[in-house]
Design a protein around this ligand. Structure first.
Ligand code: COA
Length: 199
């Protein structure tokens, strides 16, 4: 059995917490459902994401939290709640989907509409990259955005991710075919940018 196919331990043991100048990123936990329900229900958030339905189901927040609690935070599988320092409530979520066989992961993020345009997505995703390369020892992190979402493309550029190509009309969203723009960053590129200590 490979590490990837091994079932995650029930108690992940270590619950990683990532910190930035303004934010705490902690694994999603019980108590987050209501806030996720509130922020993920916005059409603007669903419009540029693959997996958030709109209208958001009435039990969407509860079901999402249940799913998160079945994952192993120490393996980077559990989404992180993005919480501003000094506050209790999350303002968005971000996370990885590691494939340890290839030491790579997809990265995703969303921020509640009232908190857009304040650099939070970039700050949270930068911490996630650090976690991916330093804690999970990954080699590559990729992400993708729909053609109707240049703000997310800008986030990827600000993180030093490189444009790799476009999957043409790959996504059908609200009756419209959208291009998918693919970006990625390799460990050595991240290291050069951050001069991160990989020891
Ligand atoms: C995309 C999203 C994550 C951005 O979050 P955010 O916290 O506002 O992002 P930041 O403030 O860190 O950075 C946004 C950047 O995009 C820029 N931007 C905003 N609107 C833009 C537009 N229409 N065209 C180009 N750039 C735009 C901002 O100016 C900023 O860049 P700057 O710092 O150089 O000025 C947020 O809008 C969101 O959650 N959207 C819905 C879900 C989603 O799309 N998730 C990502 C899926 S790939």
């Amino acid at each position: 059995m490979t590490a990837d196919s091994a079932p995650p331990p029930k108690d992940g043991g270590r619950r990683p917490q990532l910190e930035t100048a303004r934010l705490i990123l902690r694994p999603v936990q019980e108590g987050d459902a209501e806030r996720i329900q509130e922020l993920a229900s916005a059409r603007e958030v669903a419009a540029t994401t693959l997996r958030i339905p709109h209208p958001y189901p009435a039990d969407g927040g509860i079901e999402f939290v249940k799913m998160c609690l079945s994952l192993d935070p120490a393996r980077g599988e559990c989404p992180f709640a993005i919480v501003p320092r000094g506050s209790e409530g999350l303002i968005g979520l971000c996370g990885l989907e590691p494939e340890f066989t290839h030491r790579q992961s997809e990265m995703g993020y969303w921020i509640g509409v009232p908190y857009w345009g304040q650099g939070y997505a970039t700050e949270a995703a930068a911490a996630l990259l650090r976690f991916a390369f330093l804690d999970l020892d990954l080699h590559r992190v990729h992400a993708a955005y729909f053609s109707n979402n240049p703000a997310s493309g800008r986030v990827m550029e600000k993180l030093g991710m490189r444009f790799e190509g476009i999957y043409r009309e790959h996504i059908l969203k609200y009756g419209e075919f959208l291009d998918l723009h693919v970006y990625a960053i390799l460990r050595r590129e991240w290291q050069e940018r951050t001069r991160g200590n990989l020891e």
